[in-house]
Design a binder for this molecule. Sequence first.
Ligand code: SF4
Length: 207
Amino acid sequence: MGGPAVPKKSQNMFVRKTKTKSRIHPLRDKAYKDYEPHEKNLDYERHFRNKQYQHPFYREEDIRAILEKTGKHSKKDELNCGACGYDTCRDKAISVLEGLSHPQMCMPFMRSEAEKISNIYFEYSPSIIVIADLSLNILDLNPMGESAFNTTIGKIRNQPLSSIMPTEDFTEVINTGESMVGKKLNLESYGKIMYERIIYLPKNKIL
Ligand code: SF4
């Protein structure tokens, strides 16, 4: 009546069911000897072939080479988390050799790559980047910020943000829950005029 082999353009389920019933019904109480020749000679023969997939054999060094591509340099790097859809990192590496997946299809690897990119941006950004918690204590400051405020993150980490700059705008962002973009800020004590961009990240409890 249905199933994966039913053509998409076939009639709907109700029509198919009705037709099947009308074909079967006259035969239901009929003895075999009373069957018409064409009813007796129905061909029920089906041919099946073995479609079992045989995994090719891959050399250990080829599997290791794929694992290396996603930062799995030793057994402890193989998290076997299953996020890629394979039970183990080795199964995933084999699937890459089989051409069924891509080496980069690994969530922990992609995440660490994204973190590396954001770390590079943080380190080398020409803008001052300061990260504070919702109590307005400093969590991090990039090298450009260290240079602008004549300090180092080692000295000011967990210190009040107010120790290096005015915090009224940060308080407003927390109170309104809305990020602030492009506000001019004159830091006379540093001889600098800046444009503030305060991004509120409540889920991470930082801004
Ligand atoms: S997502 Fe990555 S770490 Fe997790 S099982 Fe797959 S290959 Fe291994």
